[in-house]
Design a binder for this molecule. Sequence first.
Ligand code: 13P
Ligand code: SF4
Length: 332
Amino acid sequence: MNVNKYNIKEKGFVDIKIDNELNINDEIDKLRKRKNAIILAHFYQNSEIQDIADFVGDSLALSQQATKTNCDIIVFAGVHFMAETAKILSPEKKVLLPDLNAGCSLAESCPANEFAKFLKKFPDHTVISYINTTKEIKALTDITCTSSNVLKIIESLPSDEKILFAPDKNLGNYVKSKTGREMVIWDGACHVHEQFSLEKTLKIKEEHPQAKIIAHPECEKQVLLVADHIGSTSSLLKYTIEDNSKEYIVATESGIIHQMKKNNPGKIFFIAPPKDSTYGCNDCNFMKLITIEKIYNTLKYEIPEIKIDEKLRKRAERSIIKMLKISEELGL
Ligand code: 13P
Ligand code: SF4
């Protein structure tokens, strides 16, 4: 494949117009069968992408899935660090990301050179990093974690172990308050989860007093303090299925509402409003760069592909394997 021909370096995706007559879902189906490919999608993807995916899940489930599948190609409908994690875990597979511009503000808030300098100040600390990081950060990390397993991973460490947590300060402070553990925390955050307005959320609660507030731990402390349930995307979804309320105010990216509605016909979901509705919204602009058309082109032309230098891959892999091993032992 002539990558230059499609200008991938400049554009980050295959920019070829698709014939309007084409039934794109059928074509994607044919291509994935012919090429032994699977589409893994995060809960924050657009609903039509979630509906055509072979597997939809949170970051932990998606990384577990990447190790289980015996396909030849993984098309990742998510953001860059997720596709990168799949490639680190399955180097023999071709991992494709439909748009290389699908980054993550949280991962970007922790540049590897600055982080390496920061670590030098805390040489005797165990480094726990959230999966929303680059491969370079994972290579500097002892154990990777996700919002699904972070509490259990921290609790599995001896109580006198010194911990350095990166990159999300909101998640870090939440973990600190739940476990009572002292931790050095990197000052990073996600621009979507920092947007939720406590005031506007409480206004909805006032109008719908029966509604439960559910929040992702990347949200700011003041939002977490009023939440009835805090958890990863899969934990929030599970809560709406098992809990018997009829209404929920959801403080996380809006893509998850699709699964919540699908699994809970009849229940009502309000999206927690952003502080500044002129500029803010609850869509992750990076997640939403992935479209059905880009997935089709990616499957067809097999680009853009995630490639990782083998030495770096091996160093990054160690911290993810540790996470998967602990998660398996804990039945997560
Ligand atoms: P989950 O681990 O809950 O899927 O969260 C991923 C993420 O990007 C949150 O912003
Ligand atoms: Fe990254 Fe935030 Fe988007 Fe999640 S929602 S992928 S943390 S920018």
